[in-house]
Design a protein around this ligand. Structure first.
Ligand SMILES: Cc1ncc(COP(=O)(O)O)c(C=O)c1O
Ligand SMILES: [Zn+2]
Length: 389
């Protein structure tokens, strides 16, 4: 298999960079860099039919993944998670065609495995051995799982009140864990300081170009698993937004490769009432989101007060004809229970936020009962036991 990666491109000023050197953000404007591919050649080398013989993990799309040498791929089997038709939940919610993609079935029990498998594999290819990162929680355990598997060193900076499971995951995989008094942006500051001190490579989301490539595979899978016809709407619990912009990138790439037509889903960003910078910016018509003061929610993964990819999230929401809405924390545990009792799935509070959002969107008539709707359960509820005791 061969990757058709060509270069990195700034998503804001379009400056280009080599994909065979270490880069983080654009050195002209400090915005997000995306890997770009020769998609015409990739679509000749990899056809939809050939996917049948590929491994059932996210590296099945190798031609449009950023690692050049297969030997550098560090995998724990991430991706190709199932999409379940949620018939009993649909009935309860008053709609007919509801699907849940269960990212809790990934290694380290969240979709963060995808981004970190891609980023740590590419880091290995670029000769990097020591990695650092701030994390709201799930990304931390994923990062140190992949650095462990790759024989590399991982440093993590996490809010002191991040879920216990995430702290334990870092410890058990031999990562260096620092608990920080504050939120993910405070953790980010400490991570940058440590990076400078110990020459560590910082893989903060969207501040290096490759985590998004792992997350975009959710978009490829949704198309492939749903027979190359995308749903009418996708609801996504948004923190840094890498998942939502990654899926949007995947849809654009697949359209260029002729794998799907131009009909894209309406993308909906779901945030918590106590931390909703993207929702606020969306409704104000702003290009960027102002940082959210005193961010507070029990859904740790979406407690992200400022996102470097804010403009990319907002673009995806607007181009797709979708929207942005908040849900309250007191709805989350009840919806975790609802989904568990009706569908047998123990979803995370971030996933439950999308169910609460679905309820609102149907009630408000923004979504119609017969539309094909897909919600992302981004992680396993087993990582949040303290919420249920
Ligand atoms: C379970 C869960 N859901 C959603 C998110 C938000 O992800 P993103 O940064 O892609 O918006 C996170 C991030 O930590 C998470 O852990
Ligand atoms: Zn730029």
């Amino acid at each position: 298999m061969k990757s058709y990666l060509t270069h990195l491109e700034c998503t804001y000023c379009h400056a280009t960079y080599s994909a065979d050197e270490r880069h983080r953000t654009c050195s002209e404007c400090n915005k997000v860099l995306y890997p770009r591919y020769d998609l015409a050649a990739a679509s000749k080398a990899l056809t939809k039919d050939m996917l049948r013989d590929r491994p059932s993990n996210m590296w099945r799309y190798f031609e449009v993944m950023p690692v050049r040498d297969e030997a550098n791929v560090i995998t724990l089997g991430e991706g190709f998670t199932p999409i379940f038709k949620a018939e009993r939940l649909a009935k309860e919610m008053g709609c007919t065609s509801l699907y849940i993609k269960d990212e809790g079935l990934n290694p380290t029990a969240s979709f963060k495995a995808r981004g970190l498998s891609a980023a740590i594999s590419k880091a290995k290819e670029l000769g990097i051995t020591k990695i650092t990162m701030p994390s709201a929680g799930n990304a931390a355990g994923a990062m140190t799982a992949y650095t462990a598997k790759g024989g590399m060193e991982g440093y993590v900076f996490m809010p002191r009140d991040a879920p216990k499971a995430n702290q334990v995951e870092v410890d058990i995989t031999g990562g260096h864990l620092t608990l920080v008094d504050g939120l993910i942006n405070d953790a980010g500051r400490e991570s940058r300081e440590k990076a400078a001190e110990l020459d560590l490579f910082d893989v903060s989301t969207l501040q290096e170009p490759y985590r998004v490539e792992g997350k975009k595979t959710m978009g490829y899978e949704i198309a492939e698993q749903m027979g190359w016809t995308l749903p009418d709407a996708i609801l996504y619990p948004t923190g840094g937004g890498t998942g939502i912009v990654g899926m949007w990138k995947a849809f654009q790439e697949m359209e260029e490769m002729g794998w799907i037509d131009g009909k894209r889903p309406k993308m909906f960003c779901v945030q918590a009432e106590g931390c909703a910078p993207i929702v606020r910016a969306f409704h104000e018509g702003a290009e960027f989101a102002e940082p959210w003061e005193n961010a507070d929610t029990i859904a740790a993964g979406i407690r992200v007060p400022a996102a470097i990819g804010d403009y990319l999230i907002l673009q995806a929401l607007r181009e797709s004809g979708g929207g942005a809405l908040t849900v309250s924390d007191d709805q989350l545990v009840p919806y975790m229970r609802t989904v568990a009792t009706l569908e047998g799935m123990f979803i995370c509070p971030e996933g439950a936020a999308t169910v609460a959002a679905l309820n609102r969107l149907l009630a408000d008539g923004v979504l119609q009962p017969d539309e094909k709707i897909l919600i992302l359960n981004t992680g396993s509820g087993l990582k949040y036991l303290e919420l249920l005791s």
